[in-house]
Design a binder for this molecule. Structure first.
Ligand SMILES: NC(=O)c1ccc[n+]([C@@H]2O[C@H](COP(=O)([O-])OP(=O)(O)OC[C@H]3O[C@@H](n4cnc5c(N)ncnc54)[C@H](OP(=O)(O)O)[C@@H]3O)[C@@H](O)[C@H]2O)c1
Length: 288
């Protein structure tokens, strides 16, 4: 029986990954900062990257579905022996590199440093590392992108977008990401490489939002307004303390194409993400 150690296992990618590992009869050690209930073949360890009690000495694979920079530092320091490492990063490594916002540039820098450290550590230990970079994640009702738009829509009965919010997006479903991590565990072609993992369909930003609204009952309205009007509304929202992290850089990005090529992932581990079809119930109310 193979053993896996999974960080971020309670997250939106981690949970479906646990299902795949269980179905393939892996013995899994999963890490969470919160207490969790064991199941057959699944043992939860409580802690964060600064200290987890009960870690095994060896594992066949280690998978990080949490923050890459924190995992990378932990990995560089742990004596745990493991020949295979798969860690999630983000396409923000490229998208936010030249952002007008200093926090976003800092995030891109942390992702770059995290990737560098994972590959450097793996190489020094004769292990094989793969980094997976998702685009915009959805599907579990726990993301901070589409689920957040759905929350605003539910609250106000409408969403307002600037008319030129037509940058291209490739939303990717959490189960396709879990599947990618699982598939590449044994895919030698993926050893030592990083992959963009976009969703299976490329849609304009406004179309992406429209599909989210259509999946809701009753469907909230979508208003497309001239950019200056949108900016004025956003300034009012900011003044009232709303949407403070929806900054200038995020508004500018609605007009930019954020498109990535999945062909390397498809070739190396059969990555086959689904099209963007938000379903009713995919965007629950917070706490539901
Ligand atoms: N969300 C997106 O749209 C998006 C886009 C591109 C890439 N990604 C990447 O995809 C991966 C998964 O994304 P996600 O949004 O599902 O992740 P997440 O919610 O940030 O983290 C997943 C889990 O990791 C654990 N975790 C979070 N911060 C931690 C910390 N500082 N120390 C220890 N454990 C921590 C949490 O589990 P416990 O609370 O149980 O400890 C959490 O449920 C991440 O690497 C993320 O950077 C996300």
């Amino acid at each position: 029986m193979k053993t896996a150690l999974v960080f971020g296992a309670s997250g939106q990618i981690g949970l479906p990954l646990l299902d795949l590992l269980r179905d393939d009869e892996w013995r899994v050690y999963a890490v969470s900062r919160e207490p969790q209930a064991d199941q057959p073949g699944l043992h939860w360890l409580q802690g964060d990257f600064s200290g987890v009690r009960g870690l095994p000495n060896d594992a066949d694979a280690m998978i990080s579905c949490g923050p890459l920079d924190v995992f990378a530092r932990w990995y560089a320091a742990t004596p745990l022996r493991c020949p295979r490492v798969v860690a999630f990063g983000s396409t923000s490594i490229d998208v936010k590199r030249g952002s007008a916002d200093a926090d976003e540039r800092e995030l891109a820098a942390r992702l770059r440093e995290g990737e560098r450290l994972v590959f450097e550590t793996a190489s020094a230990r004769n292990a094989a590392a793969t980094v997976l970079r998702p685009t915009l994640i959805y599907g579990a009702g726990r993301d901070r992108n589409l689920t957040r738009i759905a929350e605003v829509a539910r609250r106000f009965g409408r969403v307002v977008l600037p008319r030129d919010a037509r940058g291209l997006r490739q939303p990717v479903h959490v189960r396709d990401l879990a599947d990618a991590a699982f598939r590449c565990l044994d895919a030698e072609a993926s050893f030592g490489r990083a992959y963009a993992l976009p969703g299976g369909e490329t849609v304009e930003y406004r179309e992406m939002v429209a599909r989210v609204l259509q999946a809701m009952t009753p469907p909230p309205k979508l208003h497309e307004v001239p950019s200056p009007f949108f900016n004025a509304l956003l300034a009012l929202a900011h003044a009232a303390g709303y949407a403070l992290d929806f900054n200038e850089a995020a508004v500018a990005r609605m007009r930019s194409d954020l498109v990535f090529d999945a062909s390397d992932a498809q070739r190396d581990f059969g990555y086959a993400p689904r099209g963007f079809r938000p379903a009713p119930g995919m965007f629950p109310l917070a706490g539901e």
